[in-house]
Design a protein around this ligand. Sequence first.
Ligand code: GRF
Length: 202
Amino acid sequence: MAIVGSNNKIKLAVLISGRGSNLQAIIDACAVPKFPAEIAVVISNKPDVFGLQRAEQADIPTQTVDHKSFASKAGFEKALQNTIIPYSADLVCLAGFMRILSADFIDHWPEKIINIHPSLLPKHKGLNTHERAIEAGDKAAGCSVHYVVPEMDSGPIIVQKQVAILENDPPDTLAARVLEQEHLAYPEAITHVAGNILKNDA
Ligand code: GRF
């Protein structure tokens, strides 16, 4: 674990798999001087995704650890771990990172890995959350930022944001409204976790 820098900011490793709109929200939050975190590295498990371009544009170091080039999940996770470690991250942020991490990986950063999930957890773990919320007749949908534990989408919730499900709401329209909330929720969650880390380091 890193020693928090003298600038009173924690260091983040942000893991992505795609377009990186949540990453962008975190980049934008980090540009505000009083925000208590800075991004040390952005890592993608897929080459050439748009999120990597967003990081490059913001002059943030990027790495790709392509899961497809490893024969085993353990091999991929070891490489991922070895990629993160030199950046001394205080917090690993999964932002649209679409691989399920094993307990071995998670145990390396106890209570220092967080994820965003597009549902009001514990409802609708896994994929296709918006379709499932509509099909279930839910009146509300939303997003959750939570600590990562070995059981998927199950760790303690840090921030949750809610939107109403409207009559005849198509899943993609609902997804877009939830995504707006995700972009508020992630920086809020990082602020909360950073506050705890900085307090414990003081
Ligand atoms: C988000 O909806 C996130 O909740 C889910 O995957 C999507 C990633 O979007 N886990 P982006 O790459 O951050 O734009």
